[in-house]
Design a protein around this ligand. Structure first.
Ligand SMILES: *Cc1c(COP(=O)(O)O)cnc(C)c1O
Length: 385
C-alpha cells in the first residue's frame, strides 16, 4: 500500500512525544496535571443541554441535515452577528454551519488553493492553517510574528513571487497561542492588502467571547470593505464550553462561503440538526454565560501571572483567550523546558515550537484546569524553578 506523499510533509504531531511521556508517568501511578490542551473544564450551560434534550426527541431532526446548516441555525448566526457586532449577515448566502471550525478551516484550503500555490500564515499559529496547505500539496509562507511586533503577523515583507501565488491569508485575534489581540487599524491594513493582492482573508475568531478587563473583541466584518475579501470563522467550542459538540460557523463574503460549501457538499453531510438547534439557543442568548466564564479565566490568568512574576517571568496581562504565552527561562529551549516541567514537576505545558518557526523559546499554558489543580500545578513549578 502506498499512501499519499503529502502525509510525509506534515510536521510531527505536537503532543505525540509529550503524550508518550505522560502515559509512562501515569502508568507508574504519578499524578500528572495538564495545562496543555485548551479544552474548557466546566460544563456546557444547562439551558443549552436542555435545548438539546428537546431537539433530540423531535423525529424531524433524525434525518440528514441540510448541507449548509438549517435555515433556523443560520438565522440564529445572523442574529448573533447583529446583536454582538452590529454586522448584518444574509443567512442564505453569507453563513455556513460547520462541524467545528477546525473542519471549516482545513477545508478552506481545498476550496481555494491549488498544488504549488501559497497560503500566508503567522509564524506562530494554530497548526491547521499550514496543515491544510500540506494536505493540498500547497505551501505556507510564514509571516514573521514576534514580541517586537506584538505578535501581529507582519505582511509588509512578503516576496513578490510568493504574493503572486498566495490565495489565503490566515489571521486570528484574540490569538491562540499568544493571547494577542489586534487593534482595528491592523484589520483595516490587512483588508486593504488582501483586496489589493486578490487574496482571501480568513479571520479565525474562536476566542471573541472570552475577553478580560474591559476589552471586547471585534469582528473583522465590522470594518469597511471587509465583505469584499473576508471570511470569518466562529465556534461555540470556547464561548459555550461545547468543544465536544462540534459546532461552529463561517460568515462573510458570499463567494467564499459558496466555495467552502461546495467542498463540504462533497465531503460531509452537515452537522446533526439537533446540535444546531441547541447551538441556535446559545447564540441567541444574552451571552451572560460567556461573560461569566471570562471572569473565571481572568481570575486564573491573574493567578498564573503572579506566580510567573515570582519566578522572574513578568508578562503583560493578555486581554483575551484561554492561554498564557511566556518565554522559557534562559538556557532552555521550548522542548527542553516542557520536558523538564513534565518529568520533574509532573505538569504538562505546551512547547511553543509546535506552533511554528517563531514559537521556539516560548511555552503555552492553558487556563482550562480547575482552580485547585491549577494552584497545585503552579506550586510544583515554583518548587522546580
Ligand atoms: C479552539 C480553536 C478553534 C475552534 O475549533 P473547533 O473545531 O470549533 O472546536 C479554532 N481556532 C483556534 C485558533 C482555536 O484555538
Amino acid at each position: 500500500m502506498r499512501r499519499a506523499s503529502c502525509l510525509n510533509n506534515l510536521p510531527p504531531y505536537l503532543f505525540a512525544r509529550i503524550d508518550e511521556k505522560k502515559a509512562a508517568l501515569t502508568e507508574k501511578g504519578i499524578d500528572v496535571i495538564s495545562l496543555g490542551i485548551g479544552d474548557p473544564d466546566t460544563p456546557t450551560p444547562d439551558f443549552v443541554v436542555e435545548a438539546m434534550q428537546r431537539a433530540i426527541r423531535d423525529p424531524k431532526n433524525h434525518q440528514y441535515p441540510d448541507y449548509a446548516g438549517s435555515l433556523h441555525y443560520r438565522e440564529a448566526v445572523a442574529t448573533y452577528m447583529n446583536n454582538r457586532f452590529g454586522v448584518s449577515i444574509d443567512p442564505k448566502t453569507e453563513a455556513l454551519a460547520l462541524i467545528g471550525s477546525k473542519e471549516g478551516l482545513a477545508h478552506l484550503h481545498t476550496a481555494f488553493v491549488d498544488p504549488g500555490e501559497y497560503v500566508l500564515a503567522p509564524s506562530i499559529c494554530y497548526p491547521v492553517y499550514s496543515g491544510g496547505a500540506v494536505l493540498n500539496n500547497a505551501n505556507t509562507y510564514f509571516m514573521p510574528t514576534n514580541a517586537a511586533n506584538h505578535f501581529l503577523a507582519d505582511f509588509d515583507h512578503i516576496p513578490e513571487d510568493v504574493l503572486k501565488k498566495a490565495k489565503i491569508m490566515f489571521l486570528g485575534y484574540p490569538n491562540n497561542p499568544t493571547g494577542a489581540v489586534a487593534p482595528v487599524e491592523y484589520f483595516d491594513k490587512a483588508i486593504d492588502f488582501c483586496i489589493k493582492h486578490d487574496i482571501l482573508l480568513c479571520h479565525d475568531n474562536a476566542y471573541c467571547d472570552i475577553c478580560f478587563d474591559d476589552y471586547v473583541a471585534p469582528s473583522i466584518l465590522q470594518r469597511p470593505r471587509a465583505k469584499e475579501c473576508c471570511i470569518e470563522f466562529f465556534s461555540l467550542s470556547k464561548s459555550f464550553n461545547m468543544t465536544g459538540w462540534r459546532i461552529a460557523f463561517a460568515v462573510g463574503n458570499a463567494q467564499a462561503i459558496k466555495a467552502l460549501g461546495t467542498v463540504k457538499n462533497n465531503m460531509d453531510s452537515g452537522q446533526f440538526t439537533a446540535t444546531q438547534e441547541a447551538a441556535a439557543v446559545a447564540l441567541t442568548s444574552d451571552l451572560s454565560f460567556c461573560r461569566s466564564i471570562s471572569k473565571l479565566y481572568q481570575k486564573r490568568r491573574d493567578l498564573v501571572l503572579s506566580t510567573l512574576a515570582d519566578l522572574g517571568i513578568s508578562l503583560t496581562p493578555s486581554k483575551a483567550s484561554i492561554y498564557i504565552w511566556a518565554p522559557v527561562p534562559a538556557g532552555e529551549t521550548s522542548e527542553s523546558f516542557a520536558t523538564k516541567v513534565l518529568e520533574r514537576a509532573h505538569v504538562i505545558i505546551t512547547p511553543g515550537n509546535g506552533y511554528g518557526p517563531d514559537g521556539e523559546g516560548f511555552f503555552r499554558m492553558s487556563l482550562t484546569t480547575p482552580d485547585d489543580r491549577l494552584v497545585e500545578a503552579l506550586d510544583r513549578m515554583k518548587s522546580l524553578l
